[in-house]
Design a protein around this ligand. Sequence first.
Ligand code: HGY
Ligand code: MN
Ligand code: MN
Length: 421
Amino acid sequence: MSLLAKKQSITEFAANRIMARINELAAISESSHCLTRRFASVEHRRANDLVATWMRAAGMSVREDAIGNIVGRYEALDSDSAPAIMMGSHLDTVINAGRYDGMLGLLSALACVESLYESEHRLPYAVEVIGFADEEGVRYQSTYLGSRAVTGHFDTAVLERVDENGVSFSDALQNFGSDVRDIPKAQRKPEDIHAYLELHIEQGPVLENKDQAVGVVSSIAGATRLIVKLTGLAGHAGTVPMNMRRDALVAAAHCVTLIESYCSGQQGLVGTVGWMEAKPGAGNVIAGDVEFSVDIRAASNDLRGERVQTVVNEITTLCQQRNIVVEIDFVHEAESVDCDQGIMQCMQEAMSLHGISALTLPSGAGHDAAAMAALTKIGMLFVRCKGGISHHPDEFTSRDDAVAGANVLMQTLINICKVPA
Ligand code: HGY
Ligand code: MN
Ligand code: MN
């Protein structure tokens, strides 16, 4: 097959569409002044429908699975039941997001299939492109909902949750056009998926510091997310003496600095309190109830587990001393995972074919590939992003870097096909 014999890139036509589509998807937002697109929202529906039209135009059959992942399939050369190389990323965003996080990976994967379709080539494997429904976990506090449904590890705890407007997960999925009882049908068989590849912006400074457009990911850090609820006693800000207060907000403030100190000082160990809500939330009332998030990550599962336990113990002790009732919910747990050595090799060869020096780096951010590792072998490519900024509207990747990443992804796809099954 001549295709496998020579260096492959995405077509100029496909390259031109990546950035235009980044902007089209960025316009589909719950807010008129920033990009926010959450799971099972009207905007998620619009984004899925738009991506489906692009997939069909690239010669793919399209389906939406029961959790709301959008999946395109480009059949193999000799069979319509060949195992698939799956590629993609997530279509949901954080609040006030950048436009490349998730979308660049999906659109780069789509560009690879478009290039095959336009040149009328097919591979020994089918190629599936997937837009995952929920990787960020913003609406229901549980990340990887889409990819975990595909691997059969859907987090059923999320079924009990309601969003900030009191909409239950089940109702949200019902309104989206699916049914929670069908979620198990989204699971794929290991024999049907040969590998999963994900291209993603780095969301960090390493590639920019090395003046390199693309890098190969070696591992994906694990994460533990908690929700902490503190209950003290609300009271009059003017009349309750300081030594007689059960101020939940002061206790929370001490918890935040405690988390910072126990999650500092070790390479790759990070701890973050991303949101906090104090009630009743009036300036002249002592806060009786506070809820906040905790996100702790480390390259090593042991270090993360040990620090999570320390933080839980220290928060519990602090609250006892302050006569504050504390409740800690573990809402998300993901192990650190290593990328497949064989796929990394295919990526490194693809990089050198495209004149990019081999560079591997770990991922501190979580990605759907971490979840997909439970089903199949995984590989990830990082593309440079300006200043390493992400989860922010200033997130930016240049067209040249996006095309370089898509070319390496295309060549990786070809290289994997050359490896004897
Ligand atoms: O939080 C993360 O690491 C990813 O962006 N969801
Ligand atoms: Mn993200
Ligand atoms: Mn992402």
